[in-house]
Ligand binder design. Structure first.
Ligand SMILES: [Mg+2]
Length: 173
């Protein structure tokens, strides 16, 4: 199922990165807005910086954002000391392919982490890598995301009815 994540946790702080490492993941690709920070938050919180510093020991870290503003993404990139790309057009997989080529990662060594089913998770599934969903940090979305949320909510209702997936019911790989 293309919109159902492999792993689902409340936030980036609840993900068991040890498990991802154990499974052979070497490259983590993070969404930015509502995953690493609120959409109007200029810089990441210190606990996000701390988490990234810890994760760097075990993983290569990337930000892949659909946000069109280069300066916004660059601020996170600099604060977190990782590589980043904006205007990613997820669910298109070009951004993921570029990362995979640049770092020479096999698909089974990559995971995408994000808050949206129809962009982050769908992009990951299409590309054939591990997908990790988190809950959005805030209620406010970028205007483009608003349309995606409508689509997402429709899917969520369907999945809940079929008992295959529900927001708030977290699970491990
Ligand atoms: Mg997002």
């Amino acid at each position: 199922m293309k919109y159902i994540p492999k792993m689902y946790q409340k936030s980036i702080f609840d993900i068991s990165y040890d498990k991802l490492k154990e499974k052979g993941i070497k490259c983590l690709v993070f969404d930015l807005d509502n995953t690493l920070g609120l959409i109007d938050q200029e810089l990441p919180n210190s606990d996000v910086v701390e988490l990234f510093n810890k994760l760097k020991k075990d993983f290569d870290l990337y930000i892949l954002s659909n946000n069109s503003k280069t300066e916004r993404v660059d601020k996170y990139k600099d604060a977190l000391g990782c590589k980043a790309q904006n205007k990613a057009l997820k669910p298109f997989t070009r951004g993921l392919r570029r990362i995979s080529e640049a770092g020479n990662y096999k698909k089974e060594e990559m995971a995408i982490i994000g808050d949206q089913l129809v962009t982050d998770i769908y992009a990951g599934t299409r590309y054939g890598i591990i997908t990790v969903l988190v809950d959005p940090l805030g209620e406010k979305d970028l205007w483009v995301t608003k349309f995606n949320r409508i689509k997402e909510n429709r899917k969520l209702r369907k999945y809940k009815k079929k008992n295959v997936f529900e927001r708030g019911k977290y699970y491990e790989w």
